[in-house]
Design a protein around this ligand. Structure first.
Ligand SMILES: [Zn+2]
Length: 117
């Protein structure tokens, strides 16, 4: 049983006793607790995202050509945009884009940067 549920029970008892001022104070306290819970969950989510980014930062390998790879994906040969990683800490896979007949450049789908390697 949560504190919100318990406050709800107390409020019902006080309603029967006609304690309007106390009820209003308890309702405000309930709303404040709900707001704090919401802020807590939001901060918890942000903290989880920051932990994930920190883990990724330790996994990233920067290449002189401007793209990045992940140590944990070494066998897969996946490449990501180094610009989007630097700006937004997002892993955007590079996709081969046809520049001319038979020539493909790895390209970022978001910032459209082309890499020549
Ligand atoms: Zn990009």
């Amino acid at each position: 049983m949560s504190i919100i549920d318990n406050l709800g029970k107390v409020i019902k008892v006080l309603q029967k006793a006609g304690q309007i001022d106390v009820i209003n104070t308890l309702i405000e306290a309930q709303q404040y607790i709900l707001e704090l819970q919401s802020q807590f969950f939001s901060i918890q989510k942000q903290n989880e995202e920051l932990k994930n980014i920190k883990e990724l930062e330790n996994d990233v390998v920067k290449h002189k050509e401007g793209y990045i790879t992940l140590k944990s994906e070494e066998s897969q040969g996946l490449q990501y945009c180094g610009i989007c990683w630097a700006k937004y800490r997002q892993l955007i896979p590079l996709i081969g884009k046809s520049k001319s007949f038979g020539v493909f450049f790895p390209t970022c789908q978001i910032c459209k940067a082309e890499f020549d390697f």
